[in-house]
Design a protein around this ligand. Sequence first.
Ligand code: WTA
Length: 669
Amino acid sequence: MWLPCRCAAKYVAASFSRGVSASFLHALRRNRSSWNAAAFMPESSGFEGVSGRDALHDYSVSHSESFWAAVARQRLSWIRPFDVVQDCDLSQGRISWFEGGKLNVSVNCLDRHVHTCPERVALIWERDEQGSEVRYTYKELLEMTCRLGNLLRRQGVKKGDCVTIYMPTCPLAVASMLACARIGAAHNVVFAGFSAEALAERIRDAQSSTVITVNQGVRGGKITELKRTVDAAVRSCPSVQQVFVAMRTEKQVEMTDRDFVLEEEMLKEDDVLFLLYTSGSTGKPKGLVHTQAGYLLYAAFTHRYVFGYHDGDVFGCVADIGWITGHSYTVYGPLANGGTTVLFESTPVYPDPGRYWEMVERLRINQFYGAPTAIRLLIKYGDQWVKKYDRSSLTTLGSVGEPINTEAWEWYNRVVGEGRCPVVDTWWQTETGGICIAPKPSEPDAEIVPGMAMRPFFGIKPVLMDTEGKVLTSNNTSGALCMAQPWPGMARTIHNNHQRFIETYFQPYPGYFFTGDGAYRSEKGYYQITGRLDDVINVSGHRIGTAEIEDVVNQCPAVAESAVIGYSHSIKGQGVYAFVVLKKGVDIQEADISKQLNNMVSEKIAKYACPEFVQFAKRLPKTRSGKIMRRVLRKVVECDLDSLGDLSTLDDPAAVQEIIKGHEKLLSK
Ligand code: WTA
């Protein structure tokens, strides 16, 4: 007999039941009656007198509001509970559920589970390439979603906007959806099989300003040019301002100003804690980006161990919070360790040169952390300003920001620390987030060599490179200081310029982080910083790029060109020396121009960047290709005329003689 297939199951069941025993039926009935609604559906535990599936169903229909209210409260996490379960009127097409309530879909799908089971697999991505599946845990999916959400927000996507997602089924597509949900934007996923025209119509209708896609799709072994389809669609979508392109394959596709590589942009989107601008070798300062957990951990950990900080100690870092030292060791490190930290608003010589030590006595400071430039200044005023005050609370003295010369180190150790307190010369940078090389921690009686940062901190693996980019393995050698391994405190990017981040720190020595400093490794394997290898100078412990100063000097209408050089300064470490060529026919006193330049630099950068010396010259020594020979200028200002080096590439060697004469004249004034 032919039976329509819908009847087949019924028929089979009926014929089956004819043959089953009475005891089986009895058991079935008993089971049904003891069906426990609350065990089956915990949300139903408050429904009075409901037992059995059918009763539960009846309840859900007859008490629809209490049913859905209970389910909503228990199944989902609410930021704000709803006021009204439903307000619907089908005759008018009015549909409203859970009014007044507020929740975040993304938090419900991710965060809740990351709290309880972060390592549970959330996605198994069964890629087109068979057998190459990839698993993503809840934790990973949450991280991906947060980065994407932050990126969208930074790029101007707001609550209420609609983002079009034109992607194949992949984790980034899921993260894109959840990221929209997270920031309150709507998403509009368009099936990646649709044509450019169909896509355009949907983008226009949704008024999307942002599209997320992939460079190419891969399906059934075939490549589809999804980015190209988006390009075609966007041509007729004036609302679109930005397209994020994820790289599903390695193929480079054409990118316009409007396009961004999604993964690259996401890398920049970490949990940013702060930007801190610092100088590089170009005129434009870099906004280094530090993030939360990694930075904080590293600041706290180094604070605890380099300085031997213990609960109850008073930590006195006198750096301004406008510099990285103030960030890591006045604010974050000590506070993360539950410490007491001193905020020093004053100067080392106000009201008199005893200020630091009077403060040490009065506040009972245990660890004192300052800059060599201040120490050198205080030496000049004499020991009596130190000895006047009780410094018995001190246990550790720190130095930071520039090389500390032996004389300053000895004085700090002997006079300030009465020979009892280890002096830690700490080497690090805005980029490193915290101290990377320091004499402490070490074995209790391990030696401390004056003027040397000495020992890499935990997790830090320095290497020295030769000029060919090869790692120097022997001791008693000098080279470019690089780090062979990442550490949690390192900066994550340069704000708005990830490319510069890569070029500055990771391209000079591929596979390594390049610090920009040179270093010497002693016979015993200790590190000593020898100074910058680029055009960055260090004035009173403040970093400044010579190009930044030149930029300002060149803005003076009388100036044709300039070259700014750092020279050794007995207190500041380095001072600023500017060579200036005036425009033809300028008829202003040189002294007036000098004054004008000083005003400009202090107005546009800061006082500390003002040139100590301005030498006017008719021309600057240049190579035949027109590059200013800074090496020669540096030697001239250091009065090291014997090692001017090879001058054969100079365009006009007579220029050097003029510069030397001008320098002598300036010094004799
Ligand atoms: C220099 C300051 C020698 C170095 C924390 C580095 C040092 C730059 C030392 C970073 C030291 C810092 N010995 N040189 N102990 N500490 N420097 O970013 O040239 O303001 O690259 O960070 O200061 O300066 P930044």
